[in-house]
Design a protein around this ligand. Structure first.
Ligand code: BES
Ligand code: ZN
Length: 876
């Protein structure tokens, strides 16, 4: 045996593997009033190589001296630890024994104490009100690496074990964990609740909740008990999620060809929650906004959110919980896959929502982040726990989901599903790497999946295919697409799809090289047609952009105008042109002309994207060419107004979900553009609503629009609108309503009002989980106000917020800045303030500022812009 010393375990990314846990017997006793807990754990450990040490994770816990001992199985002998060292930087516990531990199993017993913290991770407290009285509940959030804040454990996804959990809690409370209760022993004011043993699983999926709740319940057709727990008195708001969950469990049982492995599924709304939801095995936790649906006051967008989040978390029960990533490098397997398959479920249950078209927004967000030099590969090295939070980002989720969609459409839905089911079966109750998934898909399809996919998951970025039509041949060339306009040298294996003049025939092939000419049969015939067009990346299933030559681009513009393309392709043409324009590869005037081609657009997602694009141009132009703003504004309002007139403010009876979504988006945009008629109508309706919250004049789908409109009228001397919104905020008990208000509060162009709204974030009236909504809603005119504010409050903010919440503060505030000067300022500011947990975000956000500054410059050099805008503004 090599000589061991405690030093060798420090500063390592992963725990040593000479001992592994098999079973945890965990007992926790939370004190909800004092906000502390005590606990004891007995871990059955398998020692596989001689060692005097046991090394596991622990953080923010206290250990009584002499409280750690190890009992090798069958010997009856108790070995007392001679030294227990907690290394806070590494969040590990190094336990030293005098003698070498015998190989085989033994029981490690540790007693400990901790605090029910207010940071929304580890074992924490969330505050709620019952009959006017404030109460605490105890909740766990362990992913990615905070189980160690609740009990000492091997806190890495590949150390799977069985958990036998016992809770000692006040008798009147509801105590929940991953498994059903086997026994409850009430002893006066306290009770001891024993839960069934779990199947083997990772620590990050363990969960415990103690508080007062109501629930609704249903059973799946194969007998799984499903419950949705809510605040007392609000269980009716859980019904929609319950219905979705029951259907989803059955759908995924079929899709993965494995039944849901646990006897029950509980889902619960937590008032203070760091992310959107968490897939704990058998006990999924949610933000209220992601689980609850109120028939009268929730919007269509809220409904869709609930359905998608529920489907996402339930997908993890297989993809993540049953088959778990081997290490965080493969986090994308969990998140990318769950994101993708949630759309599959939503499309199944709600075909009229056209979610596969809406999915393109996910791809766009992935595209945007991945067009930065500071992006990262889907499979990313993780060397320290602090780096994990930051990779729960658009690369893991949205690029991940997009490349899965690309692969599925290349292999075909049936082959894809069969191979997936084989993968799940092969790795159930175990761990897998990205390669393992490719291997299963390669076996199932006979296609070179590994070679194809490595170029997408092991290298960052994505390609743009430059397309030219020359002498009857198509010329294709690929380069890396970067928003900065630079060109990378990397290449991809691109599954190309192509349509020419119609969708009835599709060309399909893999494009490996740098450059290739392509002879398209039928091209000559097709080219003779007046309405000739070619669309690459049919229905946008590929994760790449296309840059067409001028001729092909203008043909596509006609095809959009004449409604020849599918909705996804109409979306793609616009999104690619916008990205290319920002990168200096297409002229802004071409983009503006293209937007005008969408004047008869019928699809929600496409029009919504045209709106987002328009508002982004508007913001940029306010910096680049303020003198052109009035023409631009006129053009955009003329473009949007007819849609708004058709839709009106009131829902038509029996109208679809997508109309409801569109109405809100459209009216909000018109309000932001300062459209007077919209603002006046909004204020009129709002005033009625202020007096009567049940009025039919302001349905939930248009409330946000009305709030934003109202805020356009607020300024330093007229704060009535702002105050009224606060009143709505204070008087509602629906989280979705609170979020609508928060998202509107800072949308005033007036810097003083925005400052007040920002200060409100840090007041006790706003839960930490919700602060980000205000920042996200800061008006274009006030981004610099928000940046100044963030700098002033940074010390407080960086001490109060952590994880993804803290990174949002940075990205949402820094990214929208527009000048190099501000970029320098941000760089200077974070030089002395950066830390591992925000380093990536700081870098990416500053890069975005540089890109915007460059876009401003290239816009200023566009000679013809003024004339084109004049022409567009006075077309009608
Ligand atoms: N596993 C995540 C929750 C999570 C996120 C844990 C970040 C730790 C850090 C969960 O499955 C998830 O992805 N939630 C999403 C919602 C989903 C519908 C995209 C979220 O929280 O936004
Ligand atoms: Zn997830």
């Amino acid at each position: 045996m090599a000589e061991q010393s405690a030093e060798q375990f420090k500063g390592e990314a992963r725990l040593p593997r000479f001992a592994a846990p098999r079973r945890y017997d965990l007992r926790l006793t939370p004190d909800l009033d004092a906000c502390v807990f005590s606990g004891s754990v007995v871990v059955s450990v398998d020692v596989t190589a001689p060692t005097r040490f046991l090394v596991l994770n622990a953080a923010d816990l206290e250990f009584a001296s002499g409280g750690v001992h190890f009992t090798p199985q069958g010997t009856g002998q108790v070995l007392h630890a001679v030294e227990v060292t907690n290394v806070p930087e590494d969040e590990i516990l190094i336990i030293r024994f005098n003698e070498v531990l015998p190989l085989g199993e033994g029981a490690l017993a540790i007693a400990f104490k901790g605090t029910l913290n207010d940071k929304m991770n580890g074992f924490y407290r969330s505050v709620y009100e019952l009959n006017g009285e404030k109460k605490n509940m105890a909740v766990t959030q362990f992913e990615p690496a905070d189980a160690r804040r609740c009990f000492p454990c091997w806190d890495e996804p590949s150390f799977k074990a069985v958990f036998k959990i016992t809770l000692e809690v006040p008798s009147e409370t509801v105590a929940l964990s991953n498994m059903p209760v086997v026994e409850e022993k009430v002893n006066g004011p306290t009770k001891v609740v024993y839960f069934e043993e779990t199947p083997i699983m990772s620590t990050y999926l363990v969960a415990v909740i103690v508080g007062l709740f109501d629930y609704v319940e249903a059973f799946t057709s194969d007998g799984t008990r499903v419950r949705v727990y809510t605040q007392v008195g609000k269980s009716a708001q859980g019904k929609f999620a319950l219905e979705v969950a029951v259907k989803t469990l059955i759908l995924f049982k079929e899709y993965f060809a494995v039944p849901y492995p646990l006897p029950k599924m509980d889902m619960i709304a937590i008032p203070d929650f760091a992310s959107g939801a968490m897939e704990n095995y058998g006990l999924v936790t949610y933000r209220e906004t992601a689980l609850l649906f109120d028939e009268r006051h929730s919007a269509a967008a809220n409904k869709q959110r609930v359905a998608v989040v529920v489907a996402h978390e339930l997908a993890h029960q297989w993809f993540g919980n049953l088959v778990t990533m081997e290490w965080w490098t493969h986090l994308w397997l969990n998140e990318g896959f769950a994101t993708w398959v949630a759309y599959l479920a939503a499309d199944n249950f709600f075909p009229e929502w056209n979610v596969w078209t809406q999915f393109l927004e996910e791809s766009t967000t992935g595209f945007k982040l991945d067009a930065l030099a500071g992006s990262h590969p889907i499979e990313v090295d993780v060397n320290h726990v602090d780096e994990i939070d930051e990779i729960f980002d658009a690369i893991s989720y949205r690029k991940g989901a997009s490349v899965i969609r690309m692969l599925q459409s290349y292999l075909g839905a049936e082959t894809f599903q069969k191979s997936l089911a084989a993968y799940i079966k092969r790795f159930a109750y175990s761990n897998a790497k990205t390669e393992d998934l490719w291997a299963a898909l390669e076996e199932g399809s006979g296609e070179p999946v590994k070679t194809l996919m490595h170029s997408w998951t092991k290298q960052q970025g994505y390609p743009v295919v430059n397309m030219r039509l020359k002498d009857g041949k198509l010329e294709m060339e690929q380069t890396q697409f970067l928003s900065s306009g630079s060109e990378g040298v990397v290449q991809w294996v691109i599954p190309i799809t192509l349509c020419c003049c119609s969708y009835s025939r599709q060309e399909k092939f893999l494009f490996h090289g740098k450059q290739e000419d392509f002879n398209l049969s039928g091209l000559v015939e097709c080219q003779k047609k007046d309405d000739f067009w070619i669309k690459l990346n049919v229905n946008q299933t590929g994760f790449y952009r296309v840059n067409y030559d001028e001729e092909l681009a203008s043909r596509l513009r006609y095809a959009v105008e004449a409604n020849k393309l599918s909705a996804a392709d109409r979306y793609g043409v616009l999104d690619d042109t916008y990205a290319l324009c920002m990168a200096g590869k297409q002229k802004l005037v071409s983009l503006l002309h293209l937007i005008a081609a969408y004047k008869n657009e019928t699809e929600y997602t496409v029009l919504a994207h045209a709106i987002t694009t328009s508002l982004s141009i508007f913001e940029m132009m306010a910096v680049a060419a303020p003198e052109e703003l009035s023409n631009l504004k006129k053009f955009l309002i003329d473009f949007l107004e007819p849609f708004a007139q058709r839709l009106g403010w009131d829902a038509k009876s029996g109208e679809g979900h997508l109309n409801a979504l569109l109405r809100g988006t459209l009216l909000t945009a018109l309000a932001e553009l300062g459209h007077e008629a919209t603002i006046n109508e909004a204020v009129r309706r709002f005033n009625v609503f202020l007096e009567d919250r049940e009025t039919s004049l302001l349905p939930p789908d248009v409330r946000k629009a009305a709030y934003v409109a109202l805020m356009q009228t607020a300024n330093k001397s007229n704060r009535a609108g702002y105050e009224s919104l606060l009143k709505i905020y204070r008087e509602t008990d629906l989280s979705q309503e609170k979020v609508r208000v928060l998202g509107s509060l800072a949308s005033s162009p007036d810097p003083d009002v925005v400052r007040d709204a920002l200060d409100f974030i840090l007041s006790p009236e706003v839960r930490n989980q919700d602060s980000i909504f205000v920042l996200r809603g800061v008006s274009a005119a006030a981004h610099e106000v928000a940046w100044t504010w963030l700098k002033e409050k940074w010390d407080y903010i960086s001490n109060t917020f952590s994880g993804t919440l803290l990174t949002y503060f940075v990205s949402v505030t820094v990214s929208p800045l527009f000048t190099d000067e501000k970029g320098d300022d941000a760089e200077e500011f974070f030089k002395s303030r950066t830390k591992a947990s925000i380093a990536r975000t700081v870098k990416q956000s500053i890069e975005r500022v540089r890109i915007s500054a460059k876009w401003v410059k290239s816009t200023r050099s566009e000679a013809n812009l003024g004339n084109v805008l004049k022409e567009l503004a006075h077309k009608n």
